[in-house]
Design a protein around this ligand. Structure first.
Ligand code: PMP
Ligand code: GLN
Length: 379
């Protein structure tokens, strides 16, 4: 048995959703939205499964989807991507695995920012990589250039950046990204950019992709997910975009992970990317209203809510709220009160921040109100 997996627990998202199912608690833990997603996308999926081929589509994705993804980034982010530079994957998770497996040689060091999405470290280790951590802290979660320089060694090959950042709900500024680009160029690093939250941004903030910064076009793998763009997390349709020399290697890893992704869901995402910009814009406003509702309710209950400018999440600082429990203890107390949340220490591989709890706000108003009442009573 591989000790990496033999000694591993269940991912926090599944563990917490299981507790919500067992107890009937309101699930503000795992990040998924109430609602059905855009109707046209659902119709396209149903139509495609009945009317189009359900045999293996091309390995790198349906040409129509590769085209739609490239075109989407040209329109929304001013990038000059071509369809040949897009590889469709089964969710961003597969893209992360393919990119890390394809680019890491055993012993290579990978720079990771903590807090981090919990799949990163196991994937880096399984690829034979050595994680090197840069710690970000609340309330600003800012990247410190000196800490970055201190983490780099002659063995460093990759930097893995999640922007916007789950669970901090922050977006890297143009200055931060310019600094990261200069850093990658100076140390000859490839950047893997997990940008699954690129469209879930608030208050008019615009996502800036690192691949668009000077020197990054040839050394960046940009990862996206239709599950987040259309609030259809179960779809598991994602992609990775990179210049041809990188894309060629990425596709070799992809071919022996999943080989391909269900064609009807790919057709549905083509429909979404080509016709649903207005839905995405509207969803942003609805999600922002949910953020404001939960934030106001928790603040009124005396909790110190940290700013959220992106993602489905906001966090509460327990220490700043005068709550003596750590995040795990407070999450247990909340489950007793009928609400599931995520302890932010789960996003650290070492030296965890353990006084912050994450809540998902992309829920119906009535659900948020019921959760707020329960949290206020339990705090
Ligand atoms: N990266 C981050 C930062 C995420 O938050 C998630 C899940 N929400 C993923 C990757 C996984 O995306 P997918 O469901 O498309 O695999
Ligand atoms: N990314 C989602 C979250 O942060 C969960 C994804 C998963 O459950 N694997 O809640």
């Amino acid at each position: 048995m591989n000790p990496l997996y033999a000694q591993m627990g269940t991912t926090i998202f599944e563990a917490m959703s299981a507790r919500a199912r067992e107890t009937g608690a309101i699930n503000l833990g795992q990040g998924f939205a109430d609602g059905r997603g855009p109707e046209a996308v659902l119709q396209a999926a149903a139509h495609a499964v009945l009317e189009k081929s359900n045999q293996y589509p091309p390995m790198a994705g349906l040409p129509e989807l590769r085209h739609a993804v490239a075109d989407h980034y040209v329109r929304h982010q001013g990038l000059d991507l071509t369809p040949e530079e897009v590889i469709v994957t089964s969710g961003a998770t597969e893209a992360l695995a393919a990119a890390l497996f394809a680019l890491i040689e055993p012993g290579d060091e990978v720079l990771l920012f903590q807090p981090l999405y919990d799949a990163y470290v196991p994937l880096v280790r399984q690829a034979g990589g050595v994680p090197r951590f840069i710690r970000l802290e609340p309330p600003h979660w800012r990247i410190d250039a000196a800490a970055l320089e201190a983490a780099v060694t002659p063995r460093t090959r990759l930097l893995l950046l999640n922007n916007p950042l789950n669970p901090a709900a922050t977006m890297a500024s143009a200055e931060d990204l310019a600094m990261l680009a200069d850093f990658c160029v100076a140390h000859d690093l490839v950047a893997i950019c997990d940008e699954v939250w690129e469209h879930v941004t608030f208050d008019g903030a615009r996502h800036l992709p690192l691949i668009g910064f000077p020197g990054m076009r040839e050394r960046t793998v940009k990862i996206g997910s239709a599950g987040k763009i259309f609030a259809l997390t179960g779809f598991k349709v994602g992609w990775m975009c990179a210049a041809p020399p990188l894309a060629r290697v990425l596709s070799r890893a992809h071919q022996f992970l999943t080989f391909t992704t269900p064609p009807n869901l790919q057709w549905a995402v083509v429909e979404g990317l080509t016709t649903q910009d207005a839905w995405v814009q509207d969803a942003r406003h609805r999600f922002q209203a949910g953020r404001d509702r939960l934030s106001a309710g928790l603040s009124a209950a005396g909790l110190a809510v940290l700013p959220s400018t992106a993602t489905y999440f906001l966090s509460v600082d327990l220490a700043a709220s005068g709550i003596a429990l750590d995040d795990l203890g407070f999450c247990d107390r909340l489950i007793d009160a009928g609400v599931v949340a995520i302890p932010v220490s789960a996003f650290y591989a070492e030296a965890p921040v353990n006084h912050v709890v994450r809540f998902c706000f992309v829920k119906e108003d009535a659900t948020l109100d019921a959760a707020i009442a329960r949290i206020a009573a339990a705090r």
